[in-house]
Design a protein around this ligand. Structure first.
Ligand code: ZN
Length: 273
């Protein structure tokens, strides 16, 4: 009898390999980098008719992800040059954000022992200055951007990216490494080609990095759309898409500019795995 059971067990172990409990993810860890801190003059700029005249602290994050195939950077923050400005970077519109940069992106990468040329791929949520400030620190790094954003004319009809920068233009979602661990989500509305990022970490689980699909939690809870957005309808549809993704993937939503949330998270050199 024992021999028979042993034989059955041996056969089953070949036919049904033991599950490790987690799907294999190519992602090893994620660092949150400080890519700016600021004060908004009037937060009703992001919530029309609500909180008029109220000031609020903002933060600006970059996210560095280690995948088995290489390093991936999400957003690049305000320019590192702002760190050397003793009074910070004043906005043209006093209702907007007065930015400071307590640490450079370059110094934070250096602290982790990473050179800009080690970054294999990168993506920006959109082309506002607080997200694309350091793209050219990585002149050889493949940039993933929505075609609608890439083709969106900038000031004086100038291109939004240096034309020689290696680029992959997208029209919709993209599984970056082909294993489902890192997916760019097309979430237009804040700008024509805005995108968000779904990251599946082995222990922490799934996280959606918002970009500026939403700026802070009360706007998310109330589905408020900033007046400066390129399309209110697209913004609301993108919020719905993110909400469905959170449910489907049992994911957390990390809102890039939400200081209260960031204060509750671990910053580099600590990391999430
Ligand atoms: Zn922003």
């Amino acid at each position: 009898m024992n021999r028979a059971f042993g034989l059955i067990a041996a056969v089953l172990s070949v036919v049904l390999p033991v599950s490790s409990g987690h799907a294999q993810s190519g992602i090893e860890k994620l660092y949150i980098l400080n890519c700016g801190e600021g004060v908004a003059g009037d937060i009703s700029r992001w919530s029309p008719g609500v909180n008029e005249g109220k000031s609020m602290d903002f933060v600006d994050n970059c996210y560095l992800i280690k995948h088995a195939q290489g390093w991936f950077l999400w957003d690049t923050g305000i320019p590192d040059a702002v760190a050397a400005m003793p009074n910070g970077l004043a906005p043209a519109d006093p209702k907007a954000i007065f930015w400071h940069r307590p640490k450079t992106l370059a110094a934070q990468l250096d602290q982790l022992g990473i050179k800009p040329s080690d970054i294999k791929a990168m993506a920006v949520s959109h082309t506002h200055p607080d997200h694309i400030g350091n793209v050219e620190m990585f002149p050889m790094t493949m940039l993933y951007v929505q075609k609608a954003e890439y083709d969106w004319p900038g000031a004086n009809n100038e291109p939004r990216f240096k034309p020689g920068h290696p680029v992959t233009t997208l029209e919709g979602d993209r599984d970056v490494f082909g294993d489902g661990s890192l997916t760019i989500l097309s979430t237009p509305g804040h700008t024509p080609g805005h995108q968000s990022l779904l990251v599946k970490l082995p222990k922490t689980g799934a996280i959606v990095l918002s970009g500026d699909a939403v700026h802070f939690k009360s706007n998310w809870d109330n589905r408020r759309v900033p007046a400066i957005n390129s399309s209110k309808e697209q913004t609301l549809a993108s919020m719905q898409k993110i909400s469905e993704t959170l449910t489907k993937e049992k994911a957390q939503l990390w809102i890039n500019h939400d200081k209260e949330q960031r204060d509750s998270l671990k910053m580099s050199p600590e990391f999430y795995d």
